[in-house]
Design a protein around this ligand. Structure first.
Ligand code: ADP
Ligand code: MG
Length: 700
């Protein structure tokens, strides 16, 4: 039993009692002393810094002033009621306005007293206004520890029971002296020393009541670090456990096929990133446990070749391999590429999709079962029960996000042990996320493009320049190139978007008529066969323009396409824009991406478009995406709970993530079971935290 004082029910803290305890529980999830201790200020007010009213300008943002109240006026009735307070300092007068909590504020302030007022001023009708500022009696602020006063989030309910920020601060002052000496160690002395961290109790004392800015900064860093350290350590442990539990086939050999292909038929030298990733995969496959690896690489980074080499490892070790793609077009494309690569080696490969004839299917089924077929490429047709392998050792899945977890699980059942799984995705996950999430254990990243790639020139144009853009399309087609024009299709406004698409299509056909031009169209409402037909016309170069919704987002490879036009670009998310742009720039010619939009753009849309124009780097884009949307949305909501940090911010604290990762790796290298005496505090804290956290889900 852990009877540490930190576990005491919050009700028993001086100043709380049953009613406030109830509110603290329901409003802030504060149940015990520990929870309150971990309820951190969200900012600090430097009480030493006030400015004069005459120096205020709107551009300063939040300011703090020291003023005396001269008049308090209640105006309006019922819901339109507001409180108008006039106050001044030696240099000028301000108006303080409240629309909510009028009664309460009115009773709490007095004419003639000196107040510290904090808020964002605005000029309204010639007077200087503060709407809903923070206000506090001046003398109460004389604060012993320094000039930084903590500000805590509160709620309306809590405020009405005296627990506004100031009230919470008072509770904290009661709490700290009681608990400071009983806060358990969390890190080892070695880690504390190495990183020049303040001690744990110093960190807690200073995050609530900072001695000075420097100590505050150090304390926040330590506490953020702890969040990141224990998350990564926990991930690391968990991965190790699953790894121990799930057996897999051992691919010991690097055999004839691999070597021969590598020596004689490799069409180009591997990039360093490809080499590193192949090494990581090889190591994984030799361990005797089941491989479940995510291969992440920007569009065009050369994932297919890595897949081919992995397939050869499987074949050399006596196992079959399969590759599954989300669409028929993609499956076709992979089939052709891989067949080309492996033709000289005499390896048998087949394609299985929905449109393969029954008689051909039968042959495929048979040769799979008798083992004469080495590689099967296809769509989810591979998942059917009829598809039985003699000895499936490896399953590669392209473009992960198109498949559901249940579908992938089916693959696992295709052999005695589950086949090794390699999931390839072109949606880069920001490095910081990948690190914290996967503990780096089974993610491989191709972070380098093959040499000689020309960056795609990205341009933003308003709808009013459409005629010029049409001219540009014509010029590109004259050069023998092909063009994509993509329209958004967003579920909420599906009808409208669909109309936009059809209108757009018609105006394109009018501007680029037969017989000189052929225009294809692909959208979600078409039958799969019709879609595939249109797509294959474009792939074969029989049509010059492809008008489409985002269905073409994934994977299609038409090297002759040099221009991507994205209509209503403001409606797309960053990663989607990047995926779409990745459809061009695959051939030898200079490629372009034109983002079309109206004049009215939200701030976020502006940032997205600017980011696209500025960079081609998928990782930079994903980091930006993380900044705009936050980790939960970038990863998909199912996993967001894991990333609910109190202090750390994955978008901003990349360096700390990295530092914590290095320390976790070092810890594991030195003391793999975390059993040494000096690491006992780490072990205890880890066990405590792992009991609280939800389970992280596996990749596949
Ligand atoms: P993606 O990662 O988007 O699936 P692909 O595997 O389709 O990328 O590769 C994109 C293009 O780059 C292909 O045409 C491929 O042949 C070529 N490629 C792959 N690796 C290399 C390399 N090491 N050097 C030169 N070109 C390469
Ligand atoms: Mg690909």
């Amino acid at each position: 039993m852990d009877n540490n004082i930190l576990n005491t029910s919050i009700e028993y803290l001086k100043g709380v009692g049953p009613k406030r305890a109830d509110l603290l529980r329901t409003e802030l999830n504060i149940y015990r002393f520990r929870d309150l201790l971990n309820y951190f200020p969200f900012r600090y007010v430097d009480r030493s810094k006030t400015i004069q009213v005459k120096d205020i300008s709107e551009s300063l943002g939040n300011v703090q002033i020291l003023v005396k109240i001269t008049n308090i006026q209640e105006l309006g009735q019922h819901r339109k009621k507001r409180l108008l307070v006039t106050a001044f300092d030696a240099s000028g007068t301000v108006q303080l306005v409240w629309f909510k909590g009028v009664k309460w504020i009115k009773s709490a302030i007095k004419i003639g007293e000196q107040y510290v007022v904090f808020g964002k001023p605005n000029f309204y009708g010639g007077t200087l206004n503060f709407n809903h500022p923070e206000i506090e009696l001046e003398e109460k602020n004389k604060n012993k520890e320094g000039n930084l006063q903590p500000v805590y989030h509160s709620t309306e309910k809590l405020s009405s029971f005296g627990l506004q920020s100031k009230g919470i601060e008072n509770l904290m002052r009661n709490l700290l002296p009681q608990v400071l000496n009983f806060i358990p160690q969390t890190l080892s002395q070695r880690i504390e020393k190495k990183n020049h961290f303040p001690s744990i109790n110093n960190a807690f004392a200073n995050i609530h009541f900072p001695k000075d800015k420097n100590m505050l900064k150090k304390s926040i860093i330590r506490l953020k670090y702890e969040e990141l350290f224990f998350l990564q350590l926990g991930m690391n442990r968990q991965k190790l456990n699953t790894r121990k539990k799930s057996k897999g086939y051992v691919f010991k050999e690097v055999g004839d096929n691999f070597n021969k292909f590598f020596k004689d038929y490799l069409p180009f030298e591997l990039t360093n990133a490809q080499k590193r990733v192949v090494k990581e995969i090889r190591k994984d496959l030799g361990l005797g446990s089941h491989m479940n690896r995510l291969l992440q690489g920007d569009v065009g980074s050369g994932k297919t070749l890595v897949a081919v080499l992995t397939i050869l490892l499987s074949i050399d070790n006596g196992f079959q391999a399969c590759l599954m793609a989300p669409t028929e077009i993609l499956a076709n494309q992979h089939f052709k590429t891989i067949e080309n690569f492996l033709n000289p080696l005499g390896i048998n490969i087949a394609l299985l999709t929905g449109s393969v004839k029954k008689s051909d299917r039968k042959i495929i089924h048979e040769s799979l079962e008798n083992g004469s077929l080495n590689i099967l490429v296809g769509t989810h047709a591979l998942l059917e029960d009829k598809v039985k392998f003699k000895n499936l050792g490896l399953a590669i899945i392209d473009e992960q996000h198109r498949f559901g977890v249940a579908q992938r699980a089916k693959l696992w059942k295709k052999n005695h042990y589950p086949p090794h799984v390699l999931v390839m995705t072109a949606t880069p996950i920001p490095r910081t996320l990948a690190m914290t999430f996967y503990g780096d254990l089974n993610v491989s990243v191709i972070d380098e493009l093959p040499p000689g790639r020309k960056p795609i020139n990205t341009i933003h144009r308003f709808d009013s320049s459409r005629l010029k853009v049409f001219q540009f399309i014509e010029d590109e087609i004259k050069k023998g190139h092909q063009v994509y024009i993509v329209y958004p299709l967003i579920e909420e406004s599906e009808k409208l978007d669909y109309k936009d698409l059809m209108d757009g299509y018609e105006s394109i056909v009018r501007r680029f008529p037969l017989p000189n031009y052929n225009v294809s169209i692909v959208h979600g409402k078409m039958k799969p066969e019709a879609k595939d037909y249109e797509m294959s016309q474009f792939v074969a170069g029989k049509t010059q323009i492809m008008v489409a919704t985002t269905v073409i987002e994934v994977g299609v490879d038409v090297p002759n396409a040099s221009l991507m036009i994205i209509e209503s670009a403001e409606k797309f998310g960053l990663s989607q824009l990047h995926q779409l742009r990745g459809r061009v720039g695959r051939g030898a010619d200079k490629s372009y991406c034109i983002l079309m939009s109206g004049y009215k753009l939200s701030n976020e849309a502006k940032i997205r478009i600017e980011t696209m124009v500025r960079t081609n780097d998928g990782f930079e884009i994903s980091e930006q995406d993380l900044k705009i949307r936050g980790p939960g949305d970038v990863m998909g909501t199912q996993q967001s709970g894991v990333l609910d940090f109190k202090l750390a911010d994955l978008a901003k604290d990349g360096q700390l993530v990295q530092l914590a990762k290095i320390d976790v790796d070092e810890l594991i290298a030195l003391d793999s079971n975390i059993s040494s005496l000096e690491n006992q505090s780490i072990k205890k804290e880890l066990i405590r935290q792992m009991k609280l956290k939800p389970n992280w889900s596996n990749i596949s």
